[in-house]
Design a protein around this ligand. Sequence first.
Ligand code: SF4
Length: 236
Amino acid sequence: MTDESRPKNSSDPLREKAWAVYRALLEAYGDPDWRCHWEPVDELILTILSANTNDKNSLRAFLALKERFHNDWDAVRTAPLEEIKEAIRPAGMYNQKAPRIVQALEKLKREVGEYSLDHLADMPVDEALKYLESFPGVGHKTASIVLLFCFRKGTFPVDTHVQRITQRLGLADPKASPAKIKAIWESLLPPETYYALHLNLIRHGREVCKAQNPRCEICVLQPHCDYFHGRGAWAG
Ligand code: SF4
């Protein structure tokens, strides 16, 4: 994504700031190649497992689940719940996550006839989001991740890092919800920017703009940051 797609003569300061943030992060971390790591159904199950835990633990649980049931989602769907809970234990909250996984697989089996989300490829993004959000335990973050990562659809996932940085920058109110922040980014930047922006914001949140003690002294977003300059909602 280059500056060519940027609207010329934008007089909207928030849009200018959003572009500046996007570009500064690209310069700092690069433009990640788009890669779909998993099949869409795998990504859906993995993101259900990722609630309230870190990537390492959710991946461990996901791989243990695949191994235990020999990559067979039908075997997971029909397995005793206790066996699923045991496999996904590293992800935590297994009492809630195991039934969610089974319900998601049952829904696919019932509505699609197989464990596939390929029908989302041709669906308009809003419809596809609604469809995924009808799965138990799937919110707009999970749904957006599946659509952006697996189908390159223009929807912007907001996790805790993206939320915190957006609020500190002053692009959103410090109390803005993830849904509001998603709508703000989507109103300011075009869909082609979402993949790189999402990954780079997460990296920035992990390495620099941490929840506790942000490392402002080395931050490339300093010039654009209300929190750093004590401006806007962070004044006083
Ligand atoms: S200047 Fe500080 S608060 Fe602002 S984005 Fe950078 S690390 Fe976060």
